[in-house]
Design a protein around this ligand. Structure first.
Ligand code: UDP
Ligand code: MG
Length: 326
């Protein structure tokens, strides 16, 4: 056995036919470079995960896997979302890879950070976070909302590594721990820091998407953020209680106030105060119920224990078994 380790690079892809050529080119160059340097084993692989794409993504992956030794793919039976696709890839790859890197397909994450991550791994880090050192390519809106999100999560006591997305390296052991977190509402960014072990950071500049458009429209981003908060913290429920006490107290003050005015012979014209309080309280109640509903919904989806992804075809495992036979 050589002492070089097997690396797998997991790449979730959803309708990425426009970028796959270029991504494959850049990633294979990096992997081959590392193999030549004898830093990683020749059996190292790229694992494209087709997350139920509607375009030619899978055909391309299948074709590339025939032409390149290092390219493999996993096809999911339908679209499970970015986090599910990542998990599927990590599940397959971590069976026999010593370390797994996850990276987006669109080349926004600089592939040149991969060798740096490998070096950190060789220095003993089991989790290496890719951290962007600029957000120039994001819109001002995305930048400010992202910053607010990280601040809010910090306020709720959830530890995140700011400006790190799903670009990271994990040792096999760290992957196994990650996979033992059984929740359905996946928020990997929050779970990975919980895994523990020695960690390191690698800084890189985040670029524009190479081609195609973002698969994360505002709607998905908001859902993702809500998932992040409610999967990790029950502080929102506690806030409702505080709010409830405050409102009860405030209405008590109002009561005393109107009582005093009544004693002084003032007639309180009731329309505005009534309408305002009815509407305000109605709103508060609706918000509160929706927060609770969010958690009830979480319980509902967690207790069902539905599969987090379903693999239709796994070229990674096919290839690995083939190689082991030889
Ligand atoms: N993606 C996926 N399933 C989805 C949506 C996205 O596998 O349902 C992949 C997508 O192909 C890309 C990565 O997740 O590789 C990040 O998506 P995108 O680049 O669209 O998000 P953004 O960078 O705009 O946040
Ligand atoms: Mg992107």
């Amino acid at each position: 056995m050589s002492d070089v380790f097997k690396l797998s690079i997991v790449v979730p892809c959803y309708n990425e036919e426009d970028v796959l050529h270029e991504t494959t080119k850049e990633l294979t160059a990096i992997v081959k470079g590392l193999i030549d340097e004898k830093k990683i084993s020749e059996t190292s692989k790229i694992v494209f995960v087709d997350d139920g794409s509607k375009d030619k993504t899978w055909q391309l992956i299948d074709e590339f896997s025939k032409n390149h030794n290092v390219v493999t793919g996993v096809k999911l039976s339908r679209n499970f979302g970015h986090q599910g696709a990542l998990l599927a890839g990590v599940t397959s790859a971590s069976q026999d890879s010593d370390a797994v890197i996850t990276i987006d397909a669109d080349l926004q994450d600089d592939v040149n950070a991969i060798p740096k991550m490998v070096d950190e791994y060789l220095n003993g880090a089991e989790v290496v976070y890719g951290v962007r050192n600029n957000r120039d390519t994001d819109t001002a809106f995305k930048r400010s909302t992202a910053e607010m999100f990280y601040k809010f999560m910090g306020f709720l006591g959830v530890k995140l590594v700011p400006d790190s997305a799903d670009y990271r390296l994990m040792s096999q052991r760290a992957c196994q721990v990650l996979l033992s977190y059984r929740e359905r509402n996946l928020f990997l960014r929050g779970i990975v820091p919980l895994v523990g072990f020695k960690s390191a950071k690698v800084y890189y500049a985040r670029k524009e998407r190479f081609a195609g458009e973002s698969k994360y429209p505002l709607r998905k981003m908001i859902k993702f953020a809500i998932d992040g908060v409610t999967s990790f913290s029950i502080v929102p429920i506690k806030l409702i209680m505080g709010l409830g006490f405050f409102i009860v107290f405030f209405s008590f003050v109002l009561l005393i106030y109107s009582f005093i005015r009544k004693i002084n012979g003032d007639v309180i014209p009731g329309w505005s105060s009534l309408m305002i309080s009815i509407w305000a309280l109605g709103g508060v109640q609706l918000i509160s119920i929706s927060v609770i509903g969010e958690y009830v919904g979480k319980i509902f989806s967690e207790v069902k224990q539905r599969p987090r992804f379903t693999i239709e075809r796994d070229i990674y495992t096919e290839k690995t078994q083939e190689e082991n036979k030889r």
